[in-house]
Ligand binder design. Structure first.
Ligand code: UDP
Ligand code: MG
Length: 319
């Protein structure tokens, strides 16, 4: 198998057929064998029925994985990568925002450039509000500053990787998966190509503002311990400042006999330091919670049903 196209689907009932057809059209004359790996991430609509119909009616090259519940896109990506059999693997959304024709161009690039291990697409222009764009840009800039790995502005999960890179990504078996960071952390030679995201074919995005914030925060916690060091620096800074202030107060009293009006200062300092302490305790708790979750070593996803291409029946599997 030359290529596997991995597509995470969550409530994409109206998109999967169109997506499948778009891939068929784009790869009609490609001249190599490919498969489509659809991962149904515990959809609540008729996605699974649509996928089963797809597999039954047309294709010999459709592989299906159905989760026991919604585990999130990161888990769906992991499952798709682990079930993909291709020498090359493309990650692409199932909502037609990312053109399948570009996936073929990525394959052609890897064929022509043996030195590259991955071709990733980045959005030159985002079709999002100014505030979202600003926040996302800020996030990438922050990540580049505080982590050792490099994040490319606008880079998405839309990419084609060689088997060696796919295996490297799969070898990272952490539970808190932040794919953008993982792709960057494993290294390998990545070539970036620009693309413009299209409108969704049907349905709506699953990423609200709050979910995006949580995702960004998880990304920071997953890839840097900088916030913890920040707490130590802040503590040291506060201690130093109080020392200096203490000396100033003593000198004022002894040399100039200035009485120190204390009430307002006390209240402000108390609230400031109390707030800072709680804030840093919260950050500490966040790391502790992540460690706790990782230490349980639960599986990244649970599959309820897996359908191999061509196979007469679907196996039920719990992994
Ligand atoms: N997705 C998923 N699980 C989720 C949320 C999303 O598998 O919990 C899939 C979704 O079906 C789509 C892709 O991830 O194929 C990207 O999601 P979406 O289009 O909502 O994100 P956006 O394109 O707005 O960033
Ligand atoms: Mg989308």
């Amino acid at each position: 198998m030359r290529l596997s196209l991995v597509m995470p689907c969550y409530n994409e009932a109206e998109n999967v057929r169109a997506m499948h057809d778009a891939v068929e059209t784009a790869f009609a004359d490609c001249g190599f064998a490919y498969e489509m790996v659809f991962v149904d991430d515990g959809s609540r609509d008729a996605t699974w029925a649509a996928l089963k119909a797809l597999r039954a009616h047309s294709a010999q090259n459709v592989r299906l994985v159905r989760f026991s519940r919604n585990f999130g896109k990161e888990s769906a990506i992991y499952a798709g990568l682990s079930h993909a059999k291709g020498e090359l693997v493309t990650l692409i959304d199932a909502d037609l925002q990312q053109p399948p024709a570009l996936a073929l161009e990525m394959v052609r690039h890897l064929e022509a450039h043996p030195e590259d291990d991955c071709v990733a697409a980045f959005q030159e222009q985002r079709r999002e509000g100014a505030a979202t764009v600003f926040l996302k840009r800020g996030f990438y800039a922050l990540m580049n500053r505080v982590t050792e790995i490099e994040f490319v502005q606008g880079a998405s999960d839309f990419r084609t990787m060689r088997r060696s890179m796919v295996d490297a990504v799969l070898s990272l078996c952490e539970h808190n998966r932040f794919s953008k960071g993982i792709f960057s952390w494993v290294g390998f030679q990545t070539h970036y190509v620009p693309y413009t995201a299209r409108e969704r074919h049907a349905g709506s995005t699953k990423w609200g503002t709050w979910k995006l914030f949580k995702y960004a925060f998880d990304g920071i916690v997953s890839f840097t311990t900088m916030p913890l060091r920040l707490a130590a620096f802040a503590g040291a800074g506060a201690a130093l400042a109080s020392l200096v202030y203490g000396v100033v107060v003593v000198i004022q009293k002894l040399a100039f006999d200035i009485a120190v009006p204390g009430y307002a200062t006390l209240v402000v300092l108390l609230l400031l330091l109390g707030g800072a302490q709680l804030f840093f305790m919260g950050i500490l708790g966040e790391y502790l919670a992540k460690t706790y979750v990782e230490s349980k070593r639960r599986p990244i996803y649970l599959a309820r049903e897996i359908c191999e291409p061509k196979a007469a029946r679907c196996e039920e599997e719990a992994q």
